[in-house]
Design a protein around this ligand. Structure first.
Ligand SMILES: [Fe+2]
Length: 412
């Protein structure tokens, strides 16, 4: 983190990301692919949330191999050692999220093209495609972002020979980009993706690209867990995501309280430290509140995504930047908030109030994009608050109610 000129919190890992390291042998890759391409896994886990991409989620519920591979003490040891801090898997549903680029127009077409043996077949590239620069070509990249979870491990299950792209860029403290090579077959990279702004270059030149991803948080009590479900809500099965999320959050909360309780049981006078107690209470209350705020009602989530599209959901921060430059912006946004035209009965108005209070006191807020310090001259709006909390669907809904979406949409 220091080398990249990034601020490191005292408790998180000093490592922003690793270079690729070997994790699976050739035979291991084949065994993993065999587990992944079983009929029951493909039947139960496959969806195509974006054109040309097949996603497999919850494969660990269908395959013991996949579950055991990621949760094995030796695998855990390697992950923790690579990042230099103790880690826990976020929750079972985030074990081995798999992204597949393969030929085919539909889910069933794409699954038919999956073979246990990794293919080395290449795709001819045009001169233009060869010259592809992910830092300049804004249309073909996964743009700059923070992950929803603090740490991530990406394991490559495809041949990468002849592949162009596929690497990750990290944004340094001075605004320049640092390239991190993508992993070869059987290799993995780890990234502190929740703290480090990064960009993934699209891979070209290969017939298939299969990478599998497991997400982690710190396994140490008192270390802040910056997890959100923002990035996963649109494609996850919310009925399996939410119960796991609730359990993991409450368990973490219990561990934090047990940790503090153990301390004050041993040394009762520690409880006289009002500042430490206040910090614990504030942080845990905030954590608990975010636990439920992140669980947008599935019906509401689907309604808004249908109305605005999932591209707008992921583009929400960019849309907000554009909207702020509209001449109508100030008038529309402040009138929307003054008259509470959007969900007047909701808890978010209380959140907006308390964020405004924190801003007045100069206290930093937690946000999906790391520590959040309000440095703008203008009023802090509900749009800012909903994006801070990573509630992109509610942000779009607010934007629509304020009238700003219509103006933006006409321009776009
Ligand atoms: Fe990412």
């Amino acid at each position: 983190m220091q080398e990249l000129l990034l601020n490191q919190s005292a408790t998180a890992s000093p490592i922003a990301g690793t270079t690729p390291f070997p994790l699976l042998s050739r035979e291991g890759v084949r065994a993993y692919r065999r587990a992944l391409f079983q009929k029951k896994v493909l039947d139960q886990c496959a969806s195509s949330p974006f054109p040309g991409t097949l996603v497999l989620r919850d494969a660990e519920k269908q395959s013991n191999f996949i579950k055991d591979f990621w949760t094995h003490p030796e695998t855990m040891r390697i992950m923790c050692e690579a990042m230099g801090v103790p880690l826990d898997v976020i929750m079972p549903t985030e074990i081995g999220h798999t992204n597949i680029q393969v030929e085919g127009a539909t889910v069933s077409d794409m699954t038919k093209n999956l073979n246990i043996e990794p293919t080395a077949e290449k795709v001819e590239l045009t001169v233009e495609e060869r010259a592809y620069d992910p830092l300049k070509d804004v249309s073909t990249i996964i743009p700059w972002h923070y992950d929803s979870y603090p740490y991530v491990c990406v394991l490559m299950l495809s041949e990468t020979e002849g592949m162009i792209g596929g690497e990750t860029y990290i944004k340094k403290g001075d605004g320049t980009a640092k390239k991190v090579e993508g992993p070869r077959i059987g290799h993995a990279v780890m990234l502190q993706g929740g703290e480090v702004e990064h960009l993934a270059a699209r891979a070209k030149g290969v017939k298939e690209r299969i990478s599998t991803i497991t997400s982690y948080r710190s396994g140490v009590p008192t270390v802040y867990d910056s997890s959100y479900m923002t990035n996963v809500r649109p494609y996850a099965n919310l009925n399996s995501l939410y119960p796991e999320w609730t359990q993991y959050r409450l368990r973490k909360l219990r561990d934090e309280i047990t940790h503090y309780l153990n301390k004050v049981e041993k040394e009762p006078e520690l409880a006289l430290d009002q500042v430490a107690l206040e910090k614990l209470v504030t942080e845990q209350a905030d954590y608990l509140q975010r636990t439920s705020r992140q669980m947008i009602a599935p019906k509401e989530h689907r309604r808004i995504l249908k109305a605005y599209g999932s591209a707008a959901y992921y583009d929400a921060p960019k849309i907000w930047r554009t909207v702020q430059s509209l001449p109508e912006f100030g008038e529309f946004a402040s009138s929307a908030d003054k008259n509470r035209v959007w969900m007047p009965e909701s808890v978010y108005w209380m959140d907006l109030k308390s964020s405004n209070e924190a801003i007045r006191l100069g206290r930093p807020l937690k946000a999906t994009m790391g520590n959040f310090i309000w440095d703008k001259e203008r009023q802090y709006y509900m749009g800012d608050e909903l994006l801070r909390q990573g509630l992109n669907e509610l942000f779009l809904d607010w934007l629509g109610t304020s009238g700003l979406w219509d103006i933006y949409h006409k321009l776009a």
